[in-house]
Design a protein around this ligand. Structure first.
Ligand SMILES: Cc1cc2nc3c(=O)[nH]c(=O)nc-3n(C[C@H](O)[C@H](O)[C@H](O)COP(=O)(O)OP(=O)(O)OC[C@H]3O[C@@H](n4cnc5c(N)ncnc54)[C@H](O)[C@@H]3O)c2cc1C
Length: 511
């Protein structure tokens, strides 16, 4: 038999891909990650210009700096022997149709805001809602995502964890459904309903009616505990990516950037390796694709499993992003929060285009992210920029530049409310569109990921009908966002390394 070049080849170095690669390497497999971009990390990659450390994606992290942690990323990092230095923080600003607020995570502070804004009935309503969510969060906690086995029936897994799950059986029925019905049943106050809808949208890219209940109950469980806080990873998302790469390499795995996979090579229904755009061929025993589902399908011959390709290729996509990256003079700006979230009009729907903006200034907490006396900012319109406005346009054309400037104007209007002279302070300005997003992240239509409603079921799992091909990342169960993609990376790794290794890992992590 001809020996493959590697045991496991991972296409893409997003957080999901790096988690799967690290765990396979930890289990003794020879692992190679191929990344098309010059930087690892996918949506979470960082880049530097003029002494500024820019972030391209995630800004809200929690459960990174503590152990035990229910965050699958923290669990994977621990398995790989890596720790992160984090800066805890508790508050952020929101600019809402109701007015401007500083909102804290943590139960008591949020209750104060609710009582002041909406009165004591609303505060009571919120308290009852949190009480309803508590057992659902506990049920999700009792069934850690890392303990799930790909392709194994759910009942077998429930029986295996039997004793630990028994107290949570009543709440478990909520885990696979949407969050919206729970909210509808328990929250009437408009401010509270809007607030929950906003958080759902920031997490899943979809309104609460389509967002998974387990994900939200877990998040609320963390954010509304008395001592809750968020974690900013020192050095930003790039530091998280670096830790995963260190974990991979310390277990003998390797990463190649600037290496674009052009094709998956098949023998019958078995994947045997890949061909790169450079023409290089690499054989692999197993391949894990961290590319999104549409990109992965593009790597397959059109006549391989046509009906599966047709079905998965029809997956609807979330909208994309407008981005703004700034480096600016920080003098005199003493009370800036790390995040500001702006919503213009609830009636338009939280997912309406240019109706919401998220701005993060990480140098407020971590001054090393910008040169002395400067701040670095990343703002984006979360998953609301229609692809149809950009489809077919050439980056760099006059028409593109004009549209980019016109569409990105929304950022400046919001920013000027916080920092009136922001335009004069800027040393570095970069605006981005779904085309920028697609160019650097290799994501279909510059999208946030699949628009699969939790009301209709769960995201598809890591298995494929092709032998030796597995999937992970935001197109795969449990879905979009850092904790979910870390979990799907672990699930793909467990599919490759087997049940015994998985059980050993769970014992070591005491999950
Ligand atoms: C602006 C923004 C803000 C976000 N904010 C948050 C947040 O606050 N909190 C949160 O939890 N989540 C957030 N998310 C979501 C989260 O960042 C993503 O869901 C997650 O990082 C996606 O990881 P992934 O494993 O799916 O891989 P991706 O990040 O999609 O990476 C896939 C990688 O595969 C590579 N690739 C693709 N095709 C090929 C090929 N043919 N050959 C080689 N390489 C290839 C790509 O270049 C890419 O690096 C945000 C996302 C964005 C974009």
């Amino acid at each position: 038999m001809v020996r493959s070049d590697v045991d496991v080849l991972v296409i893409g170095s997003g957080i999901g891909g790096l988690c799967s690669a690290g765990l396979c390497a930890r289990a003794g497999r020879e692992v190679l990650v191929l990344e098309a971009h010059g930087q690892p990390g996918g949506a979470a990659h960082g880049f530097q210009r003029g002494g500024y450390h820019f972030e391209s994606g995630p800004s809200l992290w929690s459960g990174l700096g503590c152990w035990p942690s229910s965050n699958p990323l923290t669990q994977v990092l621990r398995a790989l022997g890596q720790t992160l230095e984090v800066i805890p923080y508790r508050s952020w600003d929101v600019l809402l149709p109701e007015g401007d607020l500083r909102i804290a995570v943590g139960h008591d502070d949020f209750m104060t805001v609710v009582r002041d804004r909406c009165g004591s009935d609303a505060a009571l309503e919120w308290q009852r809602f949190i009480d309803v969510l508590r057992p659902i969060a506990a049920a999700a906690d009792a069934l850690p995502l890392l303990s799930l086995r790909p392709g194994v029936d759910g009942m077998a897994q429930l029986l295996q964890r039997g004793g630990r799950l028994l107290p949570h059986l009543a709440a478990m029925r909520h885990l696979a459904g949407a969050f919206g019905p729970l909210v509808d049943r328990h929250l009437q106050d408009p401010f509270l309903r809007h607030w929950v809808d906003l958080l759902c949208f920031l997490i899943s890219g979809m309104p609460m009616a389509d967002t998974n209940a387990a994900a939200m109950a877990t998040l609320f469980g963390q954010w509304f505990e008395p001592d809750a806080h968020l974690d900013y990873p020192k050095g930003g998302s790039a530091a998280v990516v670096d830790a995963l790469v260190r974990g991979l390499e310390s277990h003998g795995g390797s990463l190649r950037t600037g290496a674009t996979v052009e094709r998956l090579r098949l023998e019958g229904q078995r994947v045997v390796g890949v061909t790169l755009t450079s023409g290089e061929q690499i054989d692999a025993e197993q391949v894990i694709s961290n590319a999104d589902i549409w990109t992965t399908l593009d790597l397959l011959p059109a006549d391989a499993l046509e009906s599966w390709q047709r079905q998965r290729g029809a997956t609807p996509a979330c909208n994309g992003f407008l981005h703004l990256h700034l480096g600016f003079d920080a003098s005199g700006l003493d009370d800036l929060p790390i995040h500001t979230v702006w919503v213009e009009d609830w009636a338009r729907g939280i997912d309406a285009e240019r109706n919401a903006v998220v701005m993060s200034i990480p140098s407020v907490l971590d001054p090393a992210m910008a040169p002395a006396g400067r701040h670095v900012l990343h703002a984006y319109t979360p998953a609301s920029e229609p692809w149809s406005l950009w489809d077919g346009m050439a980056r760099g054309s006059g028409e593109y530049q004009r549209r980019k400037q016109e569409r990105c104007e929304v950022f400046w209007q919001v920013l000027e409310r916080k920092i009136p002279d922001i335009r004069d302070r800027c040393e570095l300005v970069m605006e981005g569109t779904p085309l920028t997003h697609r160019h650097f992240l290799n994501v279909h239509q510059g999208s946030y990921g699949p628009a699969l409603s939790a009301a209709k079921g769960l995201f598809p799992g890591v298995t494929t009908p092709l032998d030796n091909l597995w999937l992970c990342g935001a197109s795969t169960f449990p879905g979009i966002g850092i904790p979910p993609v870390a979990a799907s990376g672990a699930m793909a790794a467990h599919a490759v390394v087997g049940k015994q290794v998985q059980n050993q890992l769970l014992r070591e992590l005491e999950l």
